[in-house]
Design a protein around this ligand. Sequence first.
Ligand code: FES
Ligand code: MG
Length: 576
Amino acid sequence: MTKTRKTPEELRSHRWFGASDLRSFGHRSRIKQLGHAPEDYAGKPVIAIVNTWSGLAHCHGHFPARVEAIRRGVLQAGGFPVEIPVMALPENFVKPTTMLYRNLLAMEVEESLRSLPVDGAVLMGGCDKTTPATIMGAISAGLPAIFMPAGPMLRGDWGGRILGSGSDVWKYWDEKRAGNISEAQWEDMESGIARSDGVCMTMGTAMTMTSLAEVLGLTLPGATSIPAPDSRHARMAAATGRRIVEMVWGDVTPADLLSQASFENAIVASAALAGSTNAIIHLIAMARRAGIELDLDRFDALSAGVPVLANIRPSGQYLMEDFYYAGGLPAFLTRLADRLDLATRTVNGMTLGDNIAGATVWNDDVIRPLDNPVSRAEGLAVLRGNLAPGGCVMKPSAAEPRLLKHEGPALVFDDYDAMAKAVADPDLDVTADHVLVLRNAGPQGGPGMPEWGMLPIPVKLLRQGVRDMLRISDARMSGTSYGACVLHVAPESFVGGPLALIRTGDVIAIDVAARRIDVRLSDEELARRRAAWTPPPPRFPRGYGAIFAAHIGQADTGCDFDVLARPGTIAEPEIH
Ligand code: FES
Ligand code: MG
């Protein structure tokens, strides 16, 4: 790929500002209305700082300050920075789930970049869906773009204990339900678990996706692991601002960086990070935007035999702050070098191999060597069978080994509330061998495929000391969750997938080694039940939800909209 360096007249924004006609008069008079003289913008790359901030974006509280750092970098490099606010998707606050809106944010980013006079973009994201969404939008917009990750928050602190986002909430909630933690202790935890700006500092979806953005070559090297409050994070933001200006002159677009090899690197890295299962959906969606097909079986094959080297909760012991001090992602990737294609290209014009050369691991307990992994258990398995003809996923490493080959009677719930009520009942008819099933929790049924997949252990079993059991749903699971949870069952029950047909008492059998998940029912019985099944009424009578329902794909194809999940860009807008 050799592209000639752009001249100022070849900048995209020149079409708005550089001509000498009625329209360009309008554009120049309006940029002047904003207080900008030609010295600010004429002949310079216009850089959109795409900001997923809002007053409720709990993980992005430092973004206003980082916008200033990025702006400084853009100016130093001779660009013209403009902030473009887009939808914020604060993972904790958005209901029913941020996943309902990932594609809406992706569309907003794409259309903002396409419709406005900009030459390149800095994508500011981090809290879960904001990373795939902004990247999906930027891939489809086709302009030079660089990702600036939010960075993890500091370790949680409570009564002398270190707390990890999500993971420790689930853990201590179970202890509270078992009667081992008081109300006062629980309130104390609430004040210490999220005590700084930044994203969840466990290996949840946020840190998985920003780490994979770096592996894909879309961030400056080392950008991802820096804790949000560390001054090195602000300096990285300025460096990112400087870099995007050069990328515009060189016309370096996401399509120039992304390849089958870069996505396969991301899959391998995700396995060694023990990354969130959500990454599967997001990587498939991002890849399809770039014209690259990743199927579920590719994830299974590439993850096989990759040991978990990042000793980070929920699969390990430490948190992202420790990971950064241990050398961060570049040092981590040196340990995987033999399994990566180091020739993939990155935003700084260097290869992945160049960028990690010389990186040092400072703590072998946090970033493990290959001969001393956190776990040799498989981080990911893709299962199929008569319960999931389109596939489903689980994290064997996060499950009790006895549940990896198991048969037990199903206890089936049609909705979350019924399930929540039942598991709180101390007299529920349930044993540790039962298989909890939640349906109507997929992309259409959830709606939006909420993170309900780690179904709570019934309180009756908790009091008996049970901490894991087999659970199956068409939902997703938070990257900070754990347990024998079979997720992303495709096709989902709401559209008539086999999960819709099973009943309490049917026997479900899982065999992870054989990659099977089945209900012990004959094809004839399943066919009989299918003939008697009636689809539930639509979730949305109008609005965005109705658009979502009309276009959303299933989990195994990335849950993108059919009209968006296509490679290539569309024509530049006419300027009249
Ligand atoms: Fe924002 Fe976890 S809630 S990253
Ligand atoms: Mg999450």
